[in-house]
Design a protein around this ligand. Structure first.
Ligand SMILES: *[C@@H]1O[C@H](CO)[C@@H](O)[C@H](O)[C@H]1NC(C)=O
Ligand SMILES: [Ca+2]
Length: 212
């Protein structure tokens, strides 16, 4: 979709969460590199989606490509994918310029408009799959890119580092709320969010307090 970040899409509806954990001021640390670990997110979507927003914040020194958020259905493994392609232009990351990166991806079927926000700043909007409906019955993972519904990961695309502030809404956030997500301010209620997260850790991932 653009040169630095790729967001593919197709998505489903969200149901109410049951057992939830408030992860405020916490992060997931994916400790190994490359990694076979991932985190399964719930609740599983029940309704097809016509609108959506996914936001998250990550911190890593990886220079290879990596998948952060992978939403797959049985018919489409890249239904929604937040994936960072190879870091171009440099072979190693300057450690003192490393910083957290916050991204939000939003999409609205009626207009087919996709938004991509990087650290609170919108990139030029693009057209994407106007009239499409994201299928329900999804498998949502953090830290790997699914090449098949609920499985087959290429560890070369795995994430290593810290991940936090993961949210998904079944509507397109307003520009005001996109900026609020970046600034970690009050956000609209959602079934899948960092303050009420239902998740299951698979592999070497630990929950730790934030350092910043
Ligand atoms: C999706 O967004 C459009 C435009 O804002 C709205 O008209 C429509 O009702 C929404 N659909 C759902 C299922 O919420
Ligand atoms: Ca894939």
């Amino acid at each position: 979709m653009d040169s630095r970040w790729v967001c593919l899409l197709i998505l489903a509806g969200l149901s109410e969460a049951a057992a939830q954990e408030d992860l405020t001021r916490k992060v997931f640390v994916f400790r190994t590199e490359p990694s076979e670990a991932y985190i399964i997110l719930k609740p599983l979507p029940k309704e097809p989606l016509q609108n959506l927003t996914v936001c998250l914040r990550s911190y890593t020194d990886l220079t290879r490509p990596y998948g952060l958020f992978s939403y797959a259905t049985e018919s489409e493994d890249n239904e929604i994918l937040i994936f960072k392609p190879k870091n171009t232009g440099c072979t190693s990351v300057e450690k003192d310029t490393l910083d957290w990166e916050h991204v939000c991806f939003g999409w609205e079927s009626a207009t087919g408009i996709a938004e991509f926000w990087m650290n609170g700043k919108p990139w030029p909007r693009k057209g994407l799959k106007k009239g499409y409906v994201v299928g329900s019955g999804a498998f949502i993972l953090l830290g790997q890119e699914q090449d098949r519904f609920g499985g087959t990961y290429d560890s070369y695309n795995s994430f290593s580092g810290e991940l936090t502030d993961v949210y998904m809404w079944d509507f397109l956030l307003s520009p005001h709320k996109m900026r609020a997500a970046y600034q970690d301010l009050q956000l609209p209620r959602c079934a899948l969010g960092w303050k009420n997260l239902q998740y299951e850790i698979k592999g070497d991932v630990v929950v730790k307090g934030r350092l910043r």
